[in-house]
Unconditional design. Structure first.
Length: 370
């Protein structure tokens, strides 16, 4: 076994050494082609680079195709120059020419091409909490009680797609699975206490319009949108503490329910309005992002048709009847923090209309100065 592991390690070392040697050899080839270009020997450059074209690293492919682009422009071969520049963008979709360093004909050619992504895909995961906004308080016994809602932690995971209308503006659509929850405490006139911990499972489909900073390593963004929220599962657990006196002694009777299905007591289809923002951090050609979003519920989550069914129930074993609980009418908001990853789907391509106006203006200004 040890001998086998040793042979595997030796083989891996051999592959690494060969790869390093190839990279070094191809770097020498690239340097040789650059020397030939500087010496004005343009016709030999393509043949020098060809053996290494499939062996170059991404960075070396960028340099090699930039050199070929410059060469073909000098040889008055615009068709091959365009092919080389397109391959350059395939090697590095975010390559930009330096107008103060690169030849003017290369700068002009670059205005005919773009690699800006048309679409991006993303994934995210995070935590949330759900503030409850009461529309109207309800009392199961006809006697007014105090209701207090508190926050419970939840989590979410989602996938998204982004259509880039412009560099700064995009239309976003997501599909998110959200697990959320809240707790409500109801105190009766005689000090009795009822606590219900309610947990929901949602499928949310938000659509938003986003504005992003288009340059730099750190790119802030903000967005606004609407969401279709499908509540497909709701479970609750109830604890009651009934206080009484017997022979001058205070007695507390505690009852705890099993997990109960409240889905039939909820509206399946809900809607929300949301705003959010965050920051994208450039990582190679992709992005890591941190996002903060607040969703404002627009609909009453409680199904008013089943809200008071317990009062007519003749089944004393029914948990709703047993614990004498009814929902207030309420909306559910959501505050979510997420971390995720964005992969732009770059598409190097030739533009139908070259962006040369700004270049011509700069040339005219430089001529005026001279």
């Amino acid at each position: 076994m040890r001998i086998l592991l040793a042979l595997v390690c030796i083989g891996c070392m051999g592959v690494s050494i060969r790869s390093a040697a190839q990279a070094t050899d191809c770097e020498l080839v690239l340097n040789q082609a650059t020397d030939e270009y500087n010496a004005g020997h343009f016709y030999s450059i393509s043949s020098i680079l060809t053996p290494c074209m499939n062996k170059f690293t991404r960075e070396q492919r960028q340099r090699a195709n930039l050199l070929l682009t410059q060469t073909y422009l000098l040889l008055d071969n615009p068709e091959e120059a365009e092919k080389s520049y397109l391959k350059l963008l395939q090697a590095n979709p975010e390559f930009t020419v330096d107008e103060s360093r690169d030849p003017i004909d290369v700068v002009y050619l670059s205005k005919k091409f773009t690699a800006a992504p048309i679409f991006s895909i993303s994934g995210k995961i995070g935590m949330n909490t759900s503030p409850v906004q009461v529309i109207r308080y309800e009392y199961s016994t006809g006697v007014q009680s105090k209701s207090k809602y508190s926050l419970e932690p939840g989590w979410q995971v989602g996938l998204g797609g982004e259509w880039h209308i412009r560099d700064e503006i995009s239309l976003n659509a997501e599909v998110n699975y959200v697990a959320s929850g809240f707790k409500v405490s109801k105190t009766g006139f005689d000090g009795d206490l009822l606590e219900s911990t309610d947990r929901q499972n949602w499928l949310r489909v938000p659509i938003s319009l986003k504005y992003s900073v288009a340059e730099g390593k750190y790119r802030p963004y903000g967005y606004v949108g609407l969401s279709l929220d499908l509540l497909f599962k709701d479970k609750a657990e109830i604890i009651t503490i009934n206080k009484s006196e017997q022979d001058g002694t205070s007695i507390e009777t505690v009852a705890e329910s099993p997990s109960m299905d409240f889905t039939y007591r909820r509206n399946t289809v809900n809607r929300s309005f949301f705003v959010g923002g965050g920051i994208k951090i450039k990582y190679k050609l992709d992005y890591v992002f941190f996002d903060l979003r607040y969703s404002l519920g627009l609909t009453n989550v409680v199904n008013t048709n089943t809200q008071a069914e317990f009062s007519d129930s003749q089944d004393k074993g029914d948990p709703i009847y047993r614990y004498w609980y009814t929902d207030d009418n309420f909306r559910i908001d959501n505050l979510a923090i997420s971390v995720g990853y964005i992969r732009p789907l770059y598409k190097p391509r030739k533009l139908k209309k070259a962006r040369t106006k700004s270049l011509f203006k700069k040339i005219e200004k430089s001529d005026d100065v001279e």
